[in-house]
Ligand binder design. Structure first.
Ligand code: GLY
Length: 377
């Protein structure tokens, strides 16, 4: 096993362990290198609970189990959120993962309930879930974020576990809306697409966190790649697979020489970085490799993760795992800082890559295994 990989996993898990021992609320993004925390987990609480579960799986310590349980428990009331397109982010890495590990039925029921809350937000005229919840005071009822794609696996999981089949219609209608409107001919995606919320008429592409409407906000490309790849895996859709492949080829062409995305691919290679976009993109590439067996995707994911380990992994006493993430440059939030979602997808991707390498070795020795649990979420 590569040293950089085992070393990166160990460093990341130690950070999770140290942060867990400090206790407290949900880390969100940093300011001046220090976590800003939230009591209810805003839209990111699932990533911190998810990191605790990943840390627990790696270390099997009682302290991490206690922390993972406690933080997941605190998220459960959020399953009833009525205006929150991020319920997949909040419940897949936390409650579903916790249910798989512990069998706790409260987690299973909360994830099903969160899926129903998410589906209830669907606008049938437009064929989309609005990107509402946490951004500013403007009306988001006709604005659809590319990020929402990553939340739809919660609905597929729910249908596979007894929820109403109509949740799957929501998945396909929302994903088809994104295919028809968000994805451009060069494979990149708009961050936002605006619709008339009353009759669903498409209006125009736009952005909220990117450089401008026509730019390619890096994290958005990662959300699209990961979202389409996961949905392709979970539903068998060749259309979603092709969409993920188009985003992947776009990113491959636009990555700078150091393989760490600038905050927006249209901002140029010397612009401030977004390591979280790198981690999310690497995860999407791993999911795409798992679907296609195309070694190019896995090689690129490995190169990106190695670059993050070399240039962004924080090795000193500071709490977060990855430096050089940019949360929201246009609104002056978390520029060249850390994010809990970057940290989560970084560790998740490193663990997936480790398991892939382990299985490769086992196969060479005649054994067979499955990546289903490592990749899920
Ligand atoms: N989903 C919001 C973000 O990526 O900042």
């Amino acid at each position: 096993m590569s040293n950089w990989l085992t070393d990166g996993i160990e460093a990341a898990v130690n950070k999770v362990d140290a942060q867990a021992s400090r206790g407290g609320d949900f880390p969100h993004i940093t300011q001046d290198g220090k976590w800003c925390t939230t009591p209810d987990g805003v839209w990111t609480g699932g990533f911190w609970a998810g990191l605790l579960w990943l840390g627990y799986e790696a270390q099997k310590s009682r302290a991490l189990l206690t922390a993972a349980t406690s933080l997941t428990d605190r998220l459960l009331p959020r399953a009833a959120d009525a205006v929150n397109h991020d319920l997949g982010f909040m419940f897949y890495p936390s409650a579903i993962k916790g249910w798989r590990i512990t069998g706790d039925e409260r987690y299973f029921n909360a994830a099903l309930s969160a899926a129903n809350s998410l589906a209830t937000q669907f606008n049938p005229q437009g064929g989309f879930i609005p990107g509402w919840g946490f951004f500013g005071g403007e009306d988001w009822s006709g604005s659809v974020l590319i990020d929402t794609l990553m939340n739809l696996p919660l609905l597929v999981w729910a249908v596979n576990h007894g929820a109403d089949e109509r949740l799957l219609d929501v998945v396909h209608r929302h994903a088809k809306t994104a295919l028809a409107n968000h994805q451009r001919v060069d494979g990149s995606v708009f961050h936002v697409y605006k619709f008339d919320p009353a009759d669903g008429t498409p209006i125009a592409g736009d952005t909220y966190q990117g450089l401008d409407a026509s730019s390619a906000w890096s994290r958005g490309q990662g959300w699209a790649l990961g979202g389409f790849a996961m949905l392709a895996d979970m539903t068998g859709s060749q259309e979603y697979l092709a969409a993920a492949q188009r985003v992947a080829s776009y990113v491959e062409k636009r990555l700078p020489e150091d393989f760490i995305p600038p905050w927006d691919y249209s901002a140029g290679a010397s612009a401030v970085k977004d390591s979280s976009a790198g981690a999310i993109t690497a995860y999407g590439l791993i999911r795409l490799w798992d679907l296609t067996s195309d070694a190019r995707h896995l090689d690129l994911a490995e190169t990106m993760l190695k670059a993050l380990c070399s240039h962004c992994l924080i090795r000193d006493e500071r709490a977060p795992i990855l430096a050089h993430a940019t949360a929201d440059l246009p609104h002056g939030l978390g520029i060249d800082e850390s994010t809990i979602y970057g940290d989560y997808y970084f560790l998740k991707s490193l663990l997936a890559l480790r398991d892939i390498k382990d299985q490769h070795e086992q196969r060479e020795n005649g054994a067979h295994g499955s990546l289903v649990q490592t990749l899920a979420g």
